[in-house]
Design a protein around this ligand. Sequence first.
Ligand code: HPA
Length: 269
Amino acid sequence: MPAYSAFIGTARKLRPRTAIVLGSGLAGATRAFVEHASVGFGNVPGLVPPTVHGHGGRLAVGEWAGVPCLLFSGRVHFYEGHLRGVVVGTVRAAAEIGANRVVLTNAAGGIHPALDPGDLMAIRGHLKLLDAGAWRGLASATAWRALAGETAVPQPYSARLLDAMQAHERAAGRELMAGVYAALTGPSYETPAEIRALARCSADAVGMSTALEAEEATQLGMEVAAVSCITNKAAGLGATTLDHTEVLTNAQLAVVRMGELLGALVRAD
Ligand code: HPA
């Protein structure tokens, strides 16, 4: 892969420590990023090009306000038919290049009543409802782990980076809610009844990504931060019928604030 060899040469010189994964419609959050080199996902070992509109599928290396970083524009999803190993390809590629921090962003539906389109929510925990029988797993996970003598699943989201995000937002005169993200398989949006059930399971927002990447990054020893851009009220909670165009349009409401937050995460010690 000659395109990747050229890219990796630049990346190794720049030594990025932070990798950012941009979710649907969030390309406008990267105005502070100056690209030095980039490559299509199809040329990165372990990655495949995304098929979803709004997910560019490029890996760039450059500087964010002078700090070296990697930028994945787009990701691949479980609902595109990929196995776990492909979905986490971004995070693995970032670790391979030498990054030790990953910032995951996504578009999500707001379940918590305080979350409206255009809001951001820092993720402090997730419900990973991606496997066959996931709901059953949710009900029995605690009991099963106790029976199997397993230790708790490591908590992926860095409390330190969460503090840094909230301190940054407070200094800007805003509150950043921290909440629980429910990751579902998609590709269809949820039913209102599913959203009511998720609310009772403590979910504050719902989407179709991030959980697998966060867990993989944790296993690789990386520090993880994640932010949801709320693009709609979750099914049954708002006046409109959900569609991907609405998601892309409403993501624009939050790109400036998301860009500032990403800058704070890239700069955090
Ligand atoms: N549900 C699932 N995924 C989403 C949503 C939603 O309401 N909004 C954006 N991504």
